[in-house]
Write a protein that binds this ligand. Structure first.
Ligand code: IPD
Ligand code: CA
Ligand code: CA
Length: 255
């Protein structure tokens, strides 16, 4: 299963890169800034075909084509291109995210950045790796020593205002900085390998965080919702951190 997940992520990455240098069209789905391109669709088709050829009985949940439910304990949760806006604008921060869940619990997570050729991988109780090297979260134990990341959902109303208020409150805690890099899966993996100390976002979908969450947990970090409730694929508002600043992040987010 690990091999299939990695193979699917790398093949999908190749497809994405084949579109990267071309000027692909993007159409809005639901809103004008929630984009989908040919690369999203081609990547998703490739991943699904690789998984189905090996595990035809498994359930699959993907961003672009929805759910295919089978009577199985296993479910693949897939974002074929996380960071579509970045990809479209040629901002070099996007990835493929593939997770395998068993009875609702994470078993495998793979996040692949095809531009930087960075493959993040974790297996349940097997640790987390970046290009086969073990990774762990940072040692920062205070917000005032932290570099944070956040994301914004495709909504420009109350949710956006709430995120901006939260961002302001973190700045008042004297964080080193806050980045909005545009790929939730990579933000979480960057937390797993210590490039960020913590990340939060309101209103995510399971495919955005299903793989990254296992990777950061296996790297020694923590993932909960923004109220501190324990991790599940039903969560919408997510905090992933190195663990050491988790309580402080929740305190600021709850205010
Ligand atoms: C988006 C990215 C972005 C996050 C959005 C996601 P997409 O995923 O992860 O960073 O802020 O909430 O929807 O649409 O590019 O797959
Ligand atoms: Ca996504
Ligand atoms: Ca996507």
């Amino acid at each position: 299963m690990k091999r299939t997940a990695i193979k699917a992520a790398k093949e999908a990455g190749k497809i994405i890169m084949s579109y990267y240098s071309k000027n692909v069209n993007a159409v809005g789905k639901g809103s004008t800034y929630n984009l989908v391109t040919k690369a999203d669709i081609a990547s998703e088709n490739k991943i699904i075909s690789i998984i189905k050829s090996k595990f035809p009985g498994h359930s699959i949940l993907t961003e672009e084509s929805g759910e295919e439910i089978h009577k199985s304990d296993y479910c693949w949760v897939i974002d074929p291109l996380d960071g579509t806006n970045n990809f479209y604008h040629k901002f070099p921060m996007f990835c493929v995210s593939i997770a395998l869940y068993k009875k609702g619990k994470p078993l495998i997570g793979v996040v692949y950045d095809p531009l930087k050729k960075e493959l993040f991988y974790a297996g349940k109780n097997k640790g987390a790796f970046l290009n086969n090297k073990k990774i762990k979260v940072s040692g920062a134990n205070k917000l005032s020593k932290s570099l944070l990341a956040l994301g914004f959902y495709y909504e420009r109303g109350s949710l956006m205002r709430k995120s901006l208020d939260q961002m302001k409150r973190f700045f008042y805690e004297d964080v080193h900085g806050i980045r909005r890099a545009g790929s939730a899966a990579l933000d979480i993996c960057y937390t797993a390998c210590g490039r960020f100390d913590g990340y939060w976002e309101l209103h995510l979908n399971p495919w955005d965080y299903a793989a990254g969450s296992l990777i950061v947990m296996e790297a020694g970090g923590r993932v909960t919702d923004t109220q501190g409730q324990k991790y599940s694929l039903m969560m919408k508002n997510i905090v992933a951190s190195n663990g050491k600043i988790h309580k402080d992040m929740i305190r600021v987010l709850k205010k």
